[in-house]
Ligand binder design. Structure first.
Ligand code: BGC
Length: 386
């Protein structure tokens, strides 16, 4: 009898797991699987995304919309063209439209204090989505990926590809870093994760940063802009590599910057080797470059799952619960509850952090296509679903 009850319990738990790990079609179904659809029906959800010009936010917006709508919510989704004032305006409008909860991916993590304080006064809970919003007590929770690990994976990829071993200084390689937008709280985490992972090889002289640009502020890219990253790399190539010095590694924090760096290397690099180029996101143009051997890897973050976790968290908050570690047992994707890593200046913000994965030409099919996040185009290049 005991065994029978245990079996029933296991079955019930398995059935109530919210399905992560697959593309748009099944993630929509997962909302219904969470079981709280009817309790939440009727509320209005405000979603503020930064810009349509960086590919991933289009996917985030559509996955979030799909998740919340299929759980019975009305969704107002805004994109603010990477313009901070417009995002403040958009959020003000969402508040006056009477949303029950706000999900915000900030353009500038430091600029939403006043508008989110008004949300707080209006009793509207706020989930900081993907990027931590700083200097406001209005943030209830943070949902993201493990951002430091994104950088670690990029650094580790370099170590593995070159076969670097601590203590072996027989060979040296030239590396340049390109980081993200200083206004984005994530950018420092990505850079530090990569730099810390490579630090022992930089310190021992095995990895040489020929430009001497070693600090985050020196290698940052305003607005994560592709042309800005391209121009900076063109300048570096002209100043430090035009004499035939070999560039071995371009450590780029994400795909929009990797795209610019790849363009600079294609047009202005004198060397004949193909440098290792890292990225993050799985943007279509970068996956094409990976298939074509121009970019080495990208760190993929399944934003479909970020939407699944965000919906479950929002539902719990709106149901008057105080979500904690327990929420993570609802998901079948890896998602850690973290109460130490993210301090937004007013204290630690409890965070749900998903796990990023490395994608290379060798595992695109398995990681991106077989999982349902992308389809393989007839031209052999992946096309994002969502
Ligand atoms: C996101 C990255 C993205 C970058 C630029 C970051 O906050 O976490 O996935 O590449 O913004 O859009």
């Amino acid at each position: 009898m005991k065994k029978f009850l245990a079996l029933i319990l296991a079955l019930v738990m398995a059935l109530s797991l919210v399905a992560c790990g697959s593309g748009a079609a099944s993630s929509a179904g997962s909302a219904a699987a969470s079981g709280s659809t009817s309790a939440a029906a009727g509320g209005k959800v405000g979603i503020a995304m930064p810009t349509k010009s960086l590919e991933r936010w289009n996917r985030d917006g559509s996955y979030l919309k799909e998740q919340f709508e299929s759980a019975g919510y009305e969704v107002e989704l805004t994109y603010s063209d990477n313009d901070v004032n417009q995002q403040v305006n958009d959020i003000e409008n969402l508040i006056s439209d009477g949303v029950s909860i706000l999900i915000v991916a900030a353009i500038d993590g430091e600029s939403l204090t006043n508008v989110l304080d008004s949300a707080d006064e209006a009793g509207i809970p706020v989930i900081s989505y993907d990027r931590l919003i700083r200097n406001t007590k209005a943030i209830d929770y943070y949902v993201s990926f493990d951002n430091y690990t994104v950088g670690v994976l990029q650094g580790q990829y370099v170590i593995d590809t070159l076969g670097l071993k601590e203590g072996d200084t027989s060979k040296s390689y030239n590396i340049e870093f390109t980081a993200g937008d200083p206004a984005d709280n994530n950018a420092g985490f990505f850079f530090n994760g990569a730099y810390d992972t490579l630090k022992t090889f930089i310190d021992s002289g095995v990895l040489k940063i020929v430009s001497g640009q070693t600090k985050f502020e020196e290698v940052a890219t305003a607005a994560w802009d592709t042309s800005t990253a391209m121009n900076r790399m063109q300048n570096i190539l002209a100043s430090y590599y035009s004499d035939g010095t070999q560039l071995d590694i371009a450590l780029c924090s994400n795909d929009s910057t990797a795209l610019g760096v790849t363009q600079a290397i294609e047009s202005d690099y004198a060397g004949s080797n193909t440098p290792i180029i890292t990225g993050q996101d799985g943007d279509e143009a970068n996956l094409k470059n990976i298939v074509d051997g121009k970019q080495s890897m990208t760190v993929y973050k399944a934003v479909a799952n970020e939407a699944v976790v965000t919906l479950a968290l929002a539902q719990a908050i709106l149901n008057g619960e105080t979500p904690d570690e327990g929420l993570t047992s609802q998901f079948d994707c890896e998602c850690a509850y973290d109460t130490t890593s993210y301090d937004n200046g007013t204290g630690i913000i409890p965070s749900y952090l998903l796990t990023p994965t490395v994608v290379t030409a060798d595992n695109i099919q398995e990681q991106l296509v077989d999982t349902g996040y992308y389809t393989m185009g007839t031209d052999g290049y992946p096309v994002a679903v969502g």
